[in-house]
Design a protein around this ligand. Sequence first.
Ligand SMILES: [Zn+2]
Length: 374
Amino acid sequence: MRARSAGRREAAAGGTDAEGGLFHELATAVAALSEPRNLRSFALPYPGFAQRALDRTVMRCIDLGEDPPKSLPELWEWCRGRTADDPLFDVPPSLVTPDTTLVHAIGLMPTRACLEVASQGSADGVAAEARTLLAELEARCVSAGQYQRCRRFLAHHPVIQQEDRYTPGWDKSVWTLAKGLYRPMDESLLTDGLAMRCRSCGLPGLLDRRRDPAPVPGRPVTDGEAWCEGEECPRGDAFDLIRDPRLSLILPLSLRVFLVLPHRVEEEALNALDHAGADYEAVPGHLCAYRLRATGAGTLDVRMYDRVQPGLLAAHLARDAPLADHTFVVVPQRLAGRASYRTRFTAGLPAPLRERLVLTTPDSLVPHIWARTR
Ligand SMILES: [Zn+2]
């Protein structure tokens, strides 16, 4: 309890724009505006939340003697160029990396960092929506095993093409439970009536709209020309063309980013636990969290994340409750291997939590557990 209180105090002291500041409000607005139901919101009158974000930005610009964006389309473009370290914002560099933008330069869609900022705070925004959708799915399932099959299906099928339903092994009982979570492909993900899916992460992608090429089957996509929602994929893997996206279905953005992406590291970590003979159970109410059974070393949790902002991940864990005696935070190797990721994560934790939270990777998870239990 003391650690959680300290965490809240430090988050409040260091996270002046993590919740309630202009950057956070803009991130929440950008995330909401990218939803299909809001695609018409760029025409007047704007929805209240968007108008408030625009008004607040205008006032802040005027206060600092800068030319403000004059419309929602201008605000969108403005968010594409303004970084987190801009004096207009009050974002601690320890919380969000200074070069972060809320709208992706090529995709013209919310960045993953934007969605992580929008998931920060008491309401937990976009990530909370993913948790709610999964909780509703679990309530429709008759057993834990059925829910796990549905959850795995969603994680492996962010996009459903019509022909997928006729492939061998298609599980009709899972589809019956899961199909309510899918919806028509977002108009914003179409170029000339066509859509693309990243071969690496399975999420939607777009070619650089400023160059205006339509997606062409077999056309090579080179670095700098394309965007995929996962943002981190090797561009050499390129895309598969979705030839008839108007007959295809897609998961909501919250599940694409906060279930599909971390599911890869979750599967790798659980495979490592299974191989080591570890016994574990899912922790209810979390997206990817498990508690190890019978360790003889107090409560040990394993949580899996794929978050690009380690400072925000640390702040999320610091304000989350209750934590186990020790929690292993598993992230993909490509993130943990970055020079500043581990440093920023540790620096973002309140001192009392640094001994209880271990940042690790799927390959290092079991050795880290052994070190704590033997
Ligand atoms: Zn990708």
